[in-house]
Ligand binder design. Structure first.
Ligand code: HEM
Length: 508
């Protein structure tokens, strides 16, 4: 926000407010070896004036709506920030921000792992080993050498290599080698189904529901008309301070000025066990695999929401996309007159189970859900994740790596990513009343961890079929966390401070 409380698009990293829809992505993690060199690297990325000339992409609309050749975004772990601005400055930021804003970030993903369910196979000692860990040695137990995360988005695989080379050229050399070294990378390329490049593993159409953010110009009805997209999007607006840290006007947190116009994110590397998932959706003779997959997610695999069309995919909704509001403008209790298809209330979870992934991760108007007395708006997240690895082939050898990688963004991890994961995805009994025999168990797309304390409930997936509950046993863990980091995504001005190793005065 600027001094007039307007969104300062030029000071905010682009990925926070817009999906780029670039096909070829590289997620890179870097380690700082020399602080002065790392600061120069950050300064050059902020100004675009370094050797390779790459610059962090801000949220300004693209000129003539033409996509640039690349987009680039940056985040820092706490240990990265500490290297760059020093422990005293970090303490000042900590002491002048709400606990919810800075504490979880400073504690970091390794320490937080048991709280958010990263246990058993998903626990930190197993992280970063599958895929692109570059150094010969293992990552350290506390992951303290992971400092910077950069995401490079390009329009072709060739450009990904080209711009990656340019990025590496920007890193200053010291007498003892590069000042910053890449330690991990993961590429992401689209999964295309019937010409649609937005599918993910397990066969679902993704990239549909994102929050409608107050004050962002492409959510403005006038701009939408000019862009030629439907104006019928009456989902509640989410205050911008949920995605862009406000140091002036957020009602339920305060933050040090270094954080202004920045955000926080959980970077997640999530392996998907498609063989196990396929076995599960095929395990009940009375439930077709397509229906089972739909009940687990809350959408048919082509994206059609179950509350809109409970019995089959609905091609009349048009081409799926985040700007086709037929796929996103729906509610669970009191549908708006603009909701397409079936407009009956789904208070009983007959169409979309309470347990379904999208109902748990965004219960919308279902105020019977724990802590959802404000229409879920305070807990929304922006998802910037994409698939990695080849499409599953039942005849493949074991050990092929595939899954979802990327950032789950929100200004306050405690209100958003951590809250959703802990309270809504992980717990049964998160809705009262809940007539399902297993109290809705845990999110069925994830499945229970081996150390689950409540296997009688959590290994069963139950959905309502024609008035009675169909119970599908033997649900196992389908998703494994292979890496996680909590990141600060600074505003452009914040990045300049970081690159000088300083912080703005608290009274700014
Ligand atoms: C490999 C792991 C995951 C898979 C396969 C997956 C799959 C999906 C799919 C297929 C959708 C529906 C498409 C859409 O609405 O855009 C969706 C939506 C969503 N997911 Fe996930 N997801 C995963 C991880 C997560 C995690 C870790 C979170 C948060 C902690 C999350 C939060 C959400 C949210 C908030 C929505 C939108 C719900 C709505 O607004 O209706 N997902 N996910």
């Amino acid at each position: 926000m600027d001094n007039n409380n307007q969104i300062a698009m030029d000071d905010i990293q682009g990925l926070i407010l817009r999906g780029y829809n670039f096909p070829n992505i590289r997620y890179i993690i870097l380690s700082i070896k020399d602080v002065d060199g790392a600061r120069k690297f950050c300064a050059d990325l902020a100004s675009g004036e370094g050797v390779g000339g790459l610059q962090i992409t801000n949220a300004m609309p693209w000129e003539n709506k033409v996509k640039p050749e690349y987009c680039l975004n940056i985040g820092f772990t706490y240990s990265g920030l500490e290297q760059l601005i020093g422990t005293d400055n970090c303490n000042t930021v900590y002491n002048n921000s709400s606990m919810e804003v800075f504490n979880s970030f400073s504690v970091g993903a390794v320490t937080d792992a048991p709280y958010i369910g990263d246990t058993c196979e998903s626990s930190p000692e197993n992280w970063w080993k599958n895929g692109g860990w570059i150094p010969k040695g293992e990552p350290s137990a506390d992951n303290s050498e992971l400092h910077i995360q950069i995401t490079l988005y390009t329009l072709t695989p060739e450009n990904r290599e080209l711009y990656y080379e340019k990025l590496l050229k920007m890193i200053p050399e010291t007498k003892s080698g590069s000042s910053v070294v890449p330690v991990y990378f993961q590429d992401s390329d689209p999964i295309i189904v019937d010409g649609d490049p937005e599918y993910i593993h397990f066969g679902y159409r993704d990239s549909l529901s994102q929050p409608r953010i107050e004050g962002v110009i492409w959510d403005d009805p006038m701009v939408k008309r000019l862009m030629g997209v439907s104006t019928v999007d009456d989902r509640p607006l989410v205050p911008a301070d949920r995605f862009v840290i406000s140091c002036q006007s957020a009602p339920d947190y305060y933050a040090h000025p270094l954080l202004a116009n920045g955000s926080f994110a959980a970077f997640r590397l999530l392996y998907q066990d498609e063989a196990k998932f396929n076995a599960f959706i095929n395990s009940d003779p009375e439930t077709s695999p397509e229906l089972m997959a739909a009940k687990m997610c809350g959408r048919w695999r082509d994206g059609t929401p179950l509350v809109v069309s409970p019995d089959k995919e609905d091609k009349s909704l048009g081409k799926p996309g985040s700007r086709n509001f037929s796929f996103t403008n729906f509610d669970y209790l009191t549908p708006s007159p603009n909701q397409p298809g079936d407009q009956s209330s789904d208070n009983l979870g007959l169409k979309c189970p309470y347990a379904a992934h999208i109902r748990r991760s965004n219960p919308r108007d279902d105020y019977y859900v724990t802590d959802n007395n404000n229409n879920a708006q305070t807990h929304r997240i922006v998802r910037r994740a994409s698939p990695y690895g080849p499409v599953y082939d039942p005849t493949e050898k074991e050990g092929i790596q595939r899954g979802l990688v990327g950032l789950f963004i929100g200004a306050v991890l405690d209100f958003q990513f951590r809250f959703i994961t802990k309270t809504w995805l992980e717990l049964g009994g998160f809705r009262n009343p809940d007539a399902s025999p297993n109290q809705s168990g845990i999110d069925p797309l994830f499945g229970p961890q081996a150390d689950d304390v409540n296997p009688a409930h959590d290994t069963v997936f139950a959905y309502n079929k024609e008035g009675t509950y169909r119970q599908i046993p033997s649900m196992t863990r389908f998703i494994r966390t292979d890496g996680s980091m909590y990141l600060f995504l600074p505003g452009m001005q914040g990045l300049k401070y970081i690159s000088q190793g300083i912080i703005p005065p608290t009274s700014n």
